[in-house]
Write a protein that binds this ligand. Structure first.
Ligand code: SF4
Length: 356
């Protein structure tokens, strides 16, 4: 659909104002009766636990998060214990959840809470949003769940729900249009602080269930008679977002050195792709890899099937070459790691798969 129009500005604002008295009570009642209540992070108002779940749930399914959440809390029962841990251990425990920048920010945030807030999360969305890795929506979710603050959330699912409810046709690729939707999200908040937790959870539950990207189940929806997109029969056209992610392609060669069951691993720099993770030495082309290999062995490395790995902004083609060594030479900064020690190292998913 054609993105739009500032002329729609008044329309969606007026729709939000008109729906505000009915929308929140309807959603709160639905959440209390039909929403999710049994998730472990819903049994607490401890900001540490709520924050941990919110960060883990970004880009990850609830069923995947459950086990990680449990293991993290067993190992790090308090934010101080997480802050005091070594980053390598946090990254290793994060393996499998992906998007490792979340784990690095998790650790930095725990340290900021320890060092700047005396070990207690600050009790307002505005202060929470100042901590590493906590965006405006996550800050609002924590503040509403733990402190009943009237703060609006607007993650991807909620943009879809509110975009449809208001038939908001502003293009969300534009930050000005996104700000407009934030204002509408604030207009729609419940009047009573006591309803904030159920309301916030209700928006999340509706976005994760009935108001799905494709084929929303409007007939079961608690706000179907309020929903402007449903009235028009155009639910799947919202939200509007025109910008397509431009994907590029990169190609690298991986040198898999092995000596007596140990594998040579190098840690990636603290910034950039796979920051802080341990990988095989990476080369920009095969000639560079072969010249390094010749310094280590008279034998030629064995080519293995290529690996295609999709990251957020690009597709990565990796060509592994395996070379057993007679001597445990040190080709650079890194470590010889025995196979049984590998679980203690945070490895990128394709390497974990390659090493079996
Ligand atoms: Fe989403 Fe349909 Fe409900 Fe509208 S009526 S909020 S499109 S599920």
């Amino acid at each position: 659909m054609t993105p739009t129009p500032d002329s729609s500005a008044d329309t969606s604002a007026a729709t939000a104002t008109a729906l505000a008295p009915d929308f929140a009570p309807r959603l709160v009642a639905w959440q209390r009766q039909h929403g999710r209540h049994a998730l472990p992070w819903q049994q607490t108002r401890d900001p540490y636990r709520v924050w941990l779940s919110e960060i883990m749930l970004q880009q990850t399914q609830v069923t995947t998060v459950l086990g990680y959440y449990q293991r993290f809390l067993e190992r790090f029962p308090t934010v101080r214990e997480l802050a005091d841990a070594h980053l390598d251990e946090v990254l290793a425990m994060w393996q499998g959840l992906g998007y490792y920048s979340r784990a690095r920010n998790l650790h930095r945030c725990a340290q900021a809470v320890r060092d700047q807030h005396g070990g207690a999360f600050p009790p307002s969305a505005a202060q929470l949003a100042g901590l590493p890795g906590i965006g405006r929506s996550t800050a609002a979710a924590i503040a509403s769940f733990c402190f009943d603050e009237r703060a609006a959330i607007l993650d991807g699912n909620v943009k879809r729900v509110l975009g449809r409810l208001l038939a908001f046709d502003g293009d969300l690729a534009s930050s000005a249009q996104e700000k407009r939707l934030w204002r509408h999200a604030e207009t729609l908040l419940p009047a009573a602080e006591a309803d904030m937790a159920a309301y916030t959870q209700g928006l999340m539950d509706l976005g994760a269930s009935l108001c799905s990207t494709r084929s929303p189940q409007c007939l079961l929806c608690p706000v179907q008679d309020l929903c402007e997109a449903r009235r028009r029969g155009t639910a799947e056209q919202f939200p509007v977002r025109t910008r397509k992610l431009k994907r590029s392609r990169r190609e690298h060669w991986w040198l898999w050195l092995e000596h007596e069951g140990r594998i040579w691993l190098e840690q990636r720099p603290a910034r950039g792709v796979w920051a802080g993770l341990w990988t095989l030495p990476l080369f920009e082309d095969e000639a560079q890899l072969l010249s390094q290999a010749r310094l280590l062995s008279a034998q030629a490395p064995e080519p293995l099937p290529r690996i295609e790995h999709a990251l957020t902004h690009f597709d990565w083609v990796l060509h592994p070459r395996r070379l057993p060594l007679q001597q445990a030479a040190r080709p650079g900064e890194g470590a010889w790691v025995a196979r049984e020690e590998l679980p203690r190292y945070a490895l990128p998913a394709p390497l974990k798969k390659l090493l079996g």
